[in-house]
Design a protein around this ligand. Structure first.
Ligand SMILES: Cc1cc2nc3c(=O)[nH]c(=O)nc-3n(C[C@H](O)[C@H](O)[C@H](O)COP(=O)(O)OP(=O)(O)OC[C@H]3O[C@@H](n4cnc5c(N)ncnc54)[C@H](O)[C@@H]3O)c2cc1C
Length: 369
C-alpha cells in the first residue's frame, strides 16, 4: 500500500492550491493529489467563458503546463476518485480499488451540479456546466442549437446566456427569485445585468418555476413552467448551484470516532514561531508515522513550485461580485501576484454583458480608466 503524509482528495482549485502552498511554505512531506477526473488539473472559470467560446483549448486552462506534474514532488493520480475513507485506519480507497494510507487527509472534492427534481431533467440536451466533460458536450452541440432555456439566473446562467446570444441562439433565462444574481449581489447590480442581457436579446422570466422538461425520442423539446407556459428548447442549461461531494467522508465520520484513532503530527506545529521554519513531518510514508525534519524556508522554495498559473500567465484574474466584499478568483492568485482590486472589477462589471471579468479587461475598460 502506498502511504503519503498528506493525501488531498480533489484536484480543483482548493486541492491544487493546498499542495502548492504546502511546498511553498516549506513542507517536505510526501503529498498525493487524487483527482476523480482523467485530465491534468484545470481551472473551471474558463469553462463558461473562453473555453466555451472555443477561444481556449484544454492546455490553456490547465493550472500548470502540460506534463508539469510528472516533475513535481506531488504525486498526481488522475481517474482516482476517493470512494471510501477509513479514518480509523487512515486509509482511502479509490475508484480503481487502490488503498492509500495518509497522515492527513484534505477533503477538497468540491461539488456536483444540483439537478432539477422535475420530470425530464435527464433528457439529452439538458446540461449543467460544472466540469470539462460538460463544457465539451455543450461545445459539441452549440453549433446546431437554436433555442436555449437557462434555468437559474446566477453567474453560470448569465455566462451561458452571453455565450449563446453571441452565437445567435434564442435564449430565455428562468429565475425563481424576483431578480438575477439574488444570492450574490445587490438589487442595483441585478437590475443592471437584467437590462444588459435584455438589450442583448435575452428573455428573462423572474419568479418563474419549472414544472417539467418535455422531450421527444429522449431529447429535450420544451420547458413547461408552473403557470403552464411552454417554452420551446433544443438546449437547456440547469445552473442552480451545487451539492457538496461529501459522501465518502460522511460515512467515515459516523464509524470512526475512536480514542485509538491515530493522529498525525502537526504539519507546522502551533508552538513554532513561524509556519515557515519549524520542524515538520518527514517524507517518510505515513505508515511509520514518525520522524521529522526541517522545513524549507520560503527562499529555498523548490523550483517546481515557482511557476504558479498566475506567474505563468501574468496577472489575469477572474473577478466576481460588485461590492466591497468582491472576491478575486484564487486560482489566479499567488503570493507574488496580488489580487485584482474589487474596484477595477466593478468598473468592468459595468461594461460587460458577462458578470465575470479579467483584470486585463478591467484595465482596458474605459469605465475603469
Ligand atoms: C463554469 C464555472 C465558471 C466559474 N467561474 C468563476 C469565476 O469566474 N470566478 C470565480 O470566482 N469562481 C468561478 N467559478 C467557481 C469556481 O470554479 C469554484 O469556486 C472552484 O472551482 C471551487 O474549487 P474547489 O477546488 O473547491 O472545487 P472543484 O473545482 O469542484 O474541484 C473539486 C475536484 O474534486 C474532484 N472530486 C470530486 N469528488 C472526488 C472524490 N471523491 N475523490 C477525488 N476527487 C474528487 C472533482 O472532480 C473536482 O475536480 C466557476 C465555476 C464554474 C463551474
Amino acid at each position: 500500500m502506498n502511504n503519503y503524509n498528506v493525501v488531498i482528495a480533489g484536484a480543483g482549485q482548493a486541492g491544487v492550491q493546498t499542495a502548492i502552498s504546502l511546498h511553498q511554505a516549506g513542507y517536505t512531506g510526501s503529498i498525493a493529489l487524487l483527482s476523480a477526473e482523467d485530465t491534468e488539473p484545470y481551472e473551471r472559470p474558463p469553462l463558461s467563458k473562453s473555453y466555451l467560446a472555443g477561444d481556449d483549448d484544454l492546455n490553456a486552462i490547465l493550472f500548470r503546463t502540460p506534463g508539469y506534474w510528472d516533475e513535481s514532488p506531488v504525486t498526481l493520480r488522475t481517474a482516482a476518485r476517493v470512494v471510501a475513507v477509513d479514518a480509523e485506519a487512515h486509509t482511502v480507497t479509490t475508484s480503481q480499488g487502490e488503498a492509500i494510507g495518509y497522515g492527513y487527509l484534505v477533503w477538497a472534492a468540491g461539488g456536483v451540479a444540483r439537478t432539477l427534481p422535475v420530470p425530464g431533467h435527464d433528457l439529452r440536451g439538458v446540461l449543467s456546466i460544472r466540469d470539462l466533460q460538460d463544457a465539451n458536450e455543450l461545445r459539441s452541440i452549440l453549433g446546431t442549437a437554436q433555442r436555449a432555456v437557462i434555468i437559474g439566473g446566477g453567474y453560470v446562467g448569465l455566462e451561458a446566456a452571453a455565450a449563446f446570444r453571441g452565437r445567435g441562439i434564442a435564449t430565455t433565462i428562468i429565475e425563481a427569485q424576483d431578480r438575477l444574481l439574488a444570492r450574490t449581489t445587490s438589487p442595483v447590480i441585478s437590475d443592471f445585468f437584467a437590462q444588459v442581457h435584455r438589450a442583448n436579446g435575452v428573455d428573462i422570466i423572474l419568479n418563474g418555476g419549472v414544472s417539467e422538461i418535455l422531450g421527444n425520442h429522449g431529447h429535450v423539446t420544451a420547458v413547461r413552467l408552473a403557470d403552464r407556459t411552454q417554452l420551446e428548447a433544443d438546449l437547456v442549461i440547469v445552473g442552480i448551484g451545487l451539492v457538496p461531494n461529501v459522501d465518502p467522508i460522511a460515512g467515515a465520520t459516523s464509524t470512526t470516532a475512536s480514542s485509538s484513532t491515530p493522529t498525525a503530527e502537526p504539519i507546522f506545529p502551533a508552538s513554532s514561531p513561524s509556519a515557515m521554519s519549524p520542524a515538520t513531518r518527514t517524507s517518510t510514508p505515513t505508515g511509520s508515522r514518525s520522524g521529522s525534519s526541517r522545513c524549507r524556508t520560503r527562499s529555498s522554495r523548490p523550483s517546481w513550485s515557482r511557476t504558479t498559473s498566475a506567474e505563468r500567465r501574468g496577472p489575469t484574474k477572474w473577478c466576481r461580485g460588485s461590492g466591497p466584499t468582491s472576491t478575486t478568483h484564487a486560482s489566479r492568485q499567488s503570493a507574488s501576484s496580488p489580487a485584482t482590486t474589487s474596484s477595477s472589477c466593478e468598473g468592468t462589471l459595468r461594461s460587460l454583458a458577462s458578470p465575470w471579468c479579467t483584470s486585463e479587461q478591467a484595465r482596458s475598460s474605459p469605465s475603469t480608466a
